[in-house]
Ligand binder design. Structure first.
Ligand code: ATP
Ligand code: MG
Length: 406
């Protein structure tokens, strides 16, 4: 049996084509909005009755991600299916792929789900990542402890012990300085498979979004410069010169080869660390290392909705529907501020009127019901004629919202 036929450029208003997405979070919602703008119908599979994407989609299949019947229902209404979160069970994507084109593939998503597999993929693609060791067994832990004990200086310590699976927004991570702390941290993480990464001297962080079509065409958004706070993305800045040109070229080339290396179809985000090369812990790493990849649009690409002629969600629609990919052009410098739950005053809402009175502000809210600390509730894009103007407006918006200056 051959692979299911991929849609070839049909648009919804002529033949009512429906695009499906696994997951009903904000990324699924913004994908659905982009698809609907182009005339497609959308279908979402998510167990939650109030999921951000389920609430705005034409079809909402409300079952568990592994429910065979729910998956069959999603496939029956969808011409092609994508995903909006990497922890979707790979077996679910594989079931869908038996009858419908699914992109990215279960195999590509499986790599992104597991930090050990992901790092092995980076190494295979010739892209440097932080020095690391896989810790799945007591023997592997003992080997790391022994190596540290006999080395003149720390090899992987100080480091960060990260669970191989299911981590996000800095969850499932413990910073460790000594072998004893490492042993205790693995116990605290219930001895699940982990990766120990050397703590690197970060100067700043950036990310690249690439979109790759089934025919191998690859386009990218400009390199995003990102500020994280408490392990969560806080601010993204994108403008001419935000990143030195040679470094930007290296990051784009690395992201492209990571996509090509799995024959990726869809939108992929690759996150990078830019190192302080004067620090001994950066020795031999070449200044730029890859952190991780997300097999979907990414929070750091949200600025593209208002600052580029093709957004990351439009790219996702195009890759899924077999429509042409063209290199996006950024038409305005932009800053994105993440709106986390703590921006909401107790029992109330932020002063949107004051924010929207500032020129060049674009508010995106995800329709989530309760504003919990650290929960991504929305984002604010700020665009303008110059980055100086954009930054002044963004700082004023941040002040109104109680977000620390950057
Ligand atoms: P996300 O939700 O963004 O995928 P995550 O939980 O997967 O986050 P990471 O991306 O591994 O977490 O790490 C979160 C942040 O912690 C990074 O963006 C970086 O600021 C810091 N960090 C992670 N690994 C290292 C490292 N090896 N050295 C220094 N800082 C690090
Ligand atoms: Mg990350």
């Amino acid at each position: 049996m051959g692979a299911p036929a991929r849609p070839t450029g049909g648009l919804g208003s002529s033949n009512e084509m429906t695009l499906g997405v696994m997951g009903g979070g904000q990324l699924g919602r913004m994908f659905a909005h982009a698809a609907q703008q182009m005339g497609f119908f959308t279908a979402v599979l998510d167990p939650d009755a109030t999921s951000p994407a389920g609430r705005i989609s034409h079809h909402h299949v409300q079952t568990a991600y592994t429910d065979a019947d729910g998956l069959a229902r999603l496939a029956s209404v969808s011409a092609a299916i994508t995903t909006e979160f990497e922890n979707v069970p790979a077996q679910a994507l594989n079931q869908l792929a038996r009858t419908r084109p699914v992109s990215p593939s279960g195999a590509a998503v499986a790599i992104a789900q597991d930090r050990a597999a992901e790092k092995a993929h980076f190494v295979r693609c010739g892209v440097p990542c932080a020095p690391y060791a896989v810790i799945q067994t007591a023997e592997q832990l003992a080997a790391v402890v022994d190596a540290e004990a006999s080395a003149a200086q720390g090899l992987l310590l100080p480091g960060i012990l990260k669970t191989a699976r299911m981590g996000y927004d800095g969850k499932g991570q413990v910073r460790v300085t000594t072998p004893a702390e490492l042993v205790a941290a693995w116990a605290a993480l219930k001895q699940v498979p982990c990766v120990l990464e050397k703590m690197l001297p970060l100067q700043w962080e950036c990310s690249v979004i690439v979109a790759r079509g089934a025919d191998g065409t690859c386009v990218n958004l400009p390199v995003q410069r990102n500020l994280h706070r408490d392990g969560i993305l806080a601010v993204t800045e994108v403008y001419e010169g935000n990143v030195p040109q040679a470094l930007a070229q290296r990051a784009v080339a690395a992201a492209t080869s990571i996509a090509q290396g799995v024959d990726y179809v869809g939108v992929l985000c690759v996150e990078f660390f830019v190192l302080d090369e004067s620090h001994p812990a950066a020795a031999g790493l070449g200044g730029l290392v890859v952190n991780e990849m997300a097999p979907r649009p990414h929070n750091s690409g949200h600025y593209s909705m208002d600052a580029c002629d093709v957004s990351q969600f439009h790219l996702q629609v195009r890759t899924l529907a077999g429509l042409p990919l063209v290199q996006p052009r950024q038409h305005s410098p932009a800053i994105m501020l993440n709106l986390l739950g703590e921006v909401w005053p107790e029992g109330g809402v932020p002063d949107w009127a004051a924010v929207l009175a500032l020129p060049g502000t674009h508010l995106h809210l995800y329709g989530k019901l309760d504003a919990k600390k650290g929960r991504k509730m929305g984002h604010l894009n700020i665009t303008g004629a110059t980055i100086e103007q954009v930054r002044a407006t963004a700082l004023e918006a941040a002040r109104i919202l109680g977000i620390a200056a950057f």
